[in-house]
Design a protein around this ligand. Structure first.
Ligand code: SF4
Length: 752
């Protein structure tokens, strides 16, 4: 008889609750969990394919260790012996900087990825840290760091209550949202319109989201910052600013007024290709709406002015009084957030505390641009990276110039990958440590609850017992910590014990803490859970804002503990988002610093953009509902149909280049060229072509049978890695110049 098990979906940021069908030792189906307190039964095609993704026969079943140049099956002990033998001598000889750590996007979709990477980085002591953030969201982190003093204080649009939503470079009908965790994002947009609210979408493509909108502006890619600067100008010019309750909490308003003085709608209209009157109307509508939120994502972030764009998003939210008020943009309060401290000045946020070795890129949030990883490896020098620890990372496909990185990784003295697949990056590793499939892992969203449009907390234990020969991902990462820090062979539980002791030891010294003055050992003994990771989760929940404070919380607290959460398998609703200023601020002033110095220093670049001649043809990416970066291309039910790596070309551009629907084009850019099938469509504006990312599964040495059948082309191969948003180090993946050549000697391909 089949049984069921609950599992939070890890396949995108929406974190939907799933009800899995279990038959024997396999998951055979997935449907939306109607009783899930957050997702209420919503599911998308990716979630519905959970069983197939989980049972993918290409998933590695045990560790691989390179012997005589060939990756061979090995025991876990052999694998960790090889890790320790590979890493430690390099660290001892060349120092901590000889190791580069690369953390991929799936890290934030696993419980292990939420708990262990900080410990790993602390134990290795390297500053050569690269993550998916610098091909994605780093501009938002930097903007928030500068404005609010905390790179993780990211306001999200209050989708369920807002009257007016302005989306830039975001396509949640296909992505299901990002840095805004909202199961059934599409349904929330439809509900917004049904209750009389308005939706404006700014996007060079007529996406599915744009089709739903009241107004769609097909802006020229990369010019969102100009548009937002002009809207800010209009707010000042027409005396439409109204900070409301924020008035006393914000400094720098007059500086912003001065800074945007020359960004008039008429001045930016040509660059943006948006009429000046439309820009004025956007600003007036934003100011007039009872509540409103501005929200920008990947298409407006992975551009040359990514941080400026994200800064202006929140400038507009502030100037219209919409930051931190219901219906506007609010700061979530996650159950595992650190215990709220009293409001007041904080340490602030610093950029450029160190720089990359070769190109001197400044760090941001402790990270260096992933676009610089290849040169940090292949440029000789005493502090060159000689070993890489990659956790759930596939930068050969996700970072600029995969060919160079491919060669650089192949030249390393040592590389270890924690990865379920033998993919384009892990194929270079000397050791691969595969985590178990999602059905065999517990799940808690440490990251995404902090970006959720409603406060809630859910935890699902593993749906299936661990299969023979598998090791929990938490233990894999704990052992990796030990192997890299000279403690190879120690009990991995020691890592969790160390974190618990350290956390409690600090908490009891903080006067605002519910456990101030208590005995850490006594508190540690109170923790529950059937494993070290669960005890750590219990610790975070109990010390968090809804926690029981180990009995030290007064009235009003939810009294959250792991046991209480386990009693509520569909989760606990913690209510709509609330105003959180000024407590959330960690700036040195204790206020929102609306015009921080790094922004002021970067603004002249935006002024220069007013005078720049637009490129004739630029490329942007796109998402598909049945894809997520490079992850889902090996799941047969999600491939094919419209989910293909084709180049969208506007009919006018196609005619100019002599391209036909189903034909092939050579796309040329600064970093190289690609041959791709062409889809002629007016869903892109003239002067823009679109190619999805995460493709290019045709490299040798991988084991991704389904993906290899339709490998697609790696769009990042068009980049040479030099084009970055300077404040955040984020690669410019959208709006870079390309040229097209028709290839008439290749057979046509089928198009939709
Ligand atoms: S929307 Fe995201 S979280 Fe929800 S079912 Fe689909 S992939 Fe999973």
């Amino acid at each position: 008889m089949p049984s069921t098990a609950l599992r939070i979906c890890p396949l995108c940021e929406a974190t939907c609750g799933l009800t899995l069908t279990v038959e024997g030792s396999r998951v055979t189906g997935a449907r939306g969990d109607r009783d899930d307190v957050f997702s209420r039964g919503f599911i998308c095609p990716k979630g519905a394919s959970f069983a197939e993704a989980d049972a993918d026969p290409d998933r590695l079943k045990g560790p691989l260790v390179r012997k005589d140049g060939v990756l061979r099956e090995a025991t876990w002990d052999e694998a960790f012996d090889a890790v320790a033998a590979g890493l430690r001598p390099l660290i001892e000889r060349y120092g901590a900087q000889a190791v580069g750590v690369v953390l991929g996007n799936p890290n934030v979709h696993t419980m292990a990825g939420g708990l262990y990477p900080p410990v790993l980085l602390g134990s290795l002591g390297t500053r050569n840290v690269f993550t998916a953030s610098t091909v994605d969201q780093m501009p938002k982190h930097v903007s928030s760091g500068l404005l609010f003093g905390d790179a993780f204080a990211i306001p999200v649009p209050d989708l369920d209550r807002t009257d007016h939503l302005l989306l830039l470079g975001a396509n949640p009908l296909d992505s299901n949202g990002s840095l805004c965790t909202a199961p059934d994002f599409p349904g929330k947009l439809k509900a917004l319109r049904a209750r009389g609210g308005t939706l404006t979408v700014v996007d060079p493509r007529r996406t599915r989201t744009a089709k739903l909108a009241d107004r769609h502006l097909a802006i020229r890619p990369g010019t969102d910052a100009l548009l937002l600067a002009a809207m800010t100008h209009v707010l000042f010019e027409e005396k439409l600013t109204d900070l409301g309750a924020l008035e006393e909490q914000v400094e720098g308003v007059e500086d912003v007024r001065e800074a945007v003085r020359h960004f008039t709608p008429d001045a930016v209209a040509a660059a943006c290709d948006v009429p000046a009157d439309t820009i004025r109307a956007l600003a007036r509508d934003l100011a007039a709406a009872p509540t409103a939120a501005v929200y920008a994502r990947v298409g407006a972030s992975t551009v040359a002015y990514g941080t400026l764009t994200n800064w202006l998003v929140d400038v507009l939210n502030v100037l219209t009084g919409n930051l931190d008020r219901p219906g506007g943009a609010l700061f979530p309060l996650s159950a595992t957030d650190r215990e709220p401290r009293p409001a007041g000045p904080g340490k602030g946020f610093a950029l450029g505390r160190w720089h990359s070795r070769v190109s001197r890129h400044p760090e941001a949030k402790g990270e260096l641009p992933i676009a610089a990883l290849a040169e940090e490896i292949d440029t000789p020098g005493d502090e060159a990276i000689r070993a890489v620890v990659a956790v759930a990372a596939n930068p050969v496909l996700s970072a600029p110039d995969g060919d160079r990185l491919d060669k650089a990784l192949a030249s390393l003295d040592f590389m270890v990958s924690v990865d379920p697949y033998l993919n384009e990056t892990s194929c270079h590793a000397h050791v691969i440590l595969p985590p178990p499939p999602p059905s065999q892992s517990p799940h808690f969203d440490f990251a995404f609850n902090g970006f959720a449009v409603r406060n809630q907390v859910r935890y699902t234990r593993a749906a299936l017992p661990l299969a023979d020969g598998r090791m929990p991902e938490t233990e894999i990462l704990a052992r990796l910590v030990l192997a890299g820090s000279g403690m190879h062979g120690a009990d991995p539980a020691a890592v969790d014990t160390m974190v618990i002791d350290r956390t409690l030891g600090k908490a009891v010294t903080e006067p605002h803490s519910a456990v101030y003055g208590r005995d850490p050992k006594e508190l540690a003994a109170l923790l529950t859970g059937d494993s070290g990771p669960e005890r750590r989760l219990d610790l975070m929940l109990r010390l968090g804002p809804y926690g029981d404070g180990f009995g030290g919380r007064g009235d009003g607290a939810v009294g959250l503990t792991l046991d209480r959460l386990l009693d509520r398998p569909h989760g606990i609703d913690l209510g709509p988002l609330q105003s959180r200023l000024p407590q959330v601020l960690k700036t040195r002033s204790g206020r929102v610093e609306l015009f921080p110095a790094p922004i002021a220093d970067d603004l002249p670049r935006l002024t220069d953009a007013l005078r720049a001649t637009p490129d004739e043809l630029v490329l942007v990416g796109r998402r598909h509902l049945r894809s997520n970066n490079s992850w889902m291309h090996n799941v047969r039910t999600l491939t094919g149909g419209s989910n293909r790596c084709t180049l969208h070309v506007h009919p006018e551009d196609a005619a100019r280049a002599g391209l036909e629907n189903g034909g092939h084009a050579r796309v040329q850019a600064a970093g190289g060229s690609l041959v791709v099938p062409v889809e002629v469509t007016d869903a892109v504006r003239p002067g823009v072509v679109s190619l999805p990312h995460g493709w290019g599964h045709d490299r040798p040495g991988t084991r991704l049978a389904v993906a290899a059948e339709n490998p697609g082309a790696n769009v990042n191969q068009l980049l040479d890695g030099t084009l970055l948003d300077p404040l955040s180090g984020t690669a410019v993946l959208n709006g870079f110049p390309v040229s097209l050549t028709a290839l008439t000697d290749l057979a046509p391909t089928a198009t939709r």
